[in-house]
Design a protein around this ligand. Structure first.
Ligand SMILES: CC(C)(COP(=O)(O)OP(=O)(O)OC[C@H]1O[C@@H](n2cnc3c(N)ncnc32)[C@H](O)[C@@H]1OP(=O)(O)O)[C@@H](O)C(=O)NCCC(=O)NCCS
Length: 197
């Protein structure tokens, strides 16, 4: 029987990401993160808080705050070059209201020197399958526009744009639009979802 467009879209979303060049050839390893990585993660993130608009956070969070954020129970991964954290990706709850609990937001940041080498794809290649295995259903990503690299990464990873939130942030002297991208994490919508309703 022919699949509907929605079914085809869900199946396409779940194709594994190509491995990309990150790995032994680049000396970058992707592994699950622990709170011991909080200082390295904070160092990668801080410049984007200070001088970028990819995040609307106003002050760089200290490692202790990041360590607390890492204990939501959702997965975090780091990309490391030797002992140094050069990037990270994680999932966070989309919304506190109960019915949203199968929906997460995905976030990824790399040190500038690690960009453009497949490291972001390698991080999402680890993160997204874990979210599927855990019974989560929908992954979202919010991207301050424009951001060609982030859009390309997310669309490579199976996300598609579902909207734009216009003029929702003011930072560094300008208003910014945020694009909303979504990706299914399941082949078939579970009814009821994992854990029941
Ligand atoms: C966005 C980011 C995570 C992408 O990670 P990355 O490791 O550089 O991306 P990859 O090398 O895995 O490439 C993924 C895709 O993006 C494309 N890409 C990478 N850099 C790009 C750029 N500067 N412009 C356009 N496309 C780009 C790649 O060609 C690839 O697409 P393809 O498979 O169709 O060829 C990284 O650039 C980054 O950390 N940027 C700063 C922080 C940020 O913006 N984070 C996202 C917040 S929403």
């Amino acid at each position: 029987m022919a699949e509907s467009a929605a079914e085809q879209g869900r199946a396409a979303d779940l194709r594994p990401l190509p491995a990309g060049p990150a790995g032994s050839s680049t000396g970058v390893e992707v592994r699950p993160a622990g709170v011991a990585d909080a200082a390295g993660i904070a160092a990668v993130y801080a410049p984007y808080v200070h001088s970028g608009v990819a995040t609307f956070e106003g002050e760089p969070p200290p490692p202790a705050v990041l360590a607390t954020r890492m204990t939501t129970g959702l997965p975090w991964f780091v990309a490391c070059a030797g002992p140094e954290v050069v990037g990270y990706a994680y999932a966070s709850p989309h919304h506190e209201r109960a019915a949203y609990r199968w929906t997460v937001e995905c976030t990824v940041y790399l040190a500038p020197a690690a960009c453009g080498q497949g490291v972001g794809s390698a991080l999402y290649g680890r993160l997204l399958p874990v979210l599927s295995e855990r019974g989560l259903v929908t992954a979202l990503a919010k991207i301050t526009l424009p951001n060609a690299a982030s859009i390309a990464l997310h669309e490579r990873a199976g996300f598609h744009q579902v909207g734009v939130l216009p003029q929702v942030g003011f930072k560094l002297g300008a208003w910014h639009d945020v694009g909303l991208w979504a990706r299914s994490l399941v082949r078939d919508l579970p009814v009821p979802p994992a854990g029941g309703d």
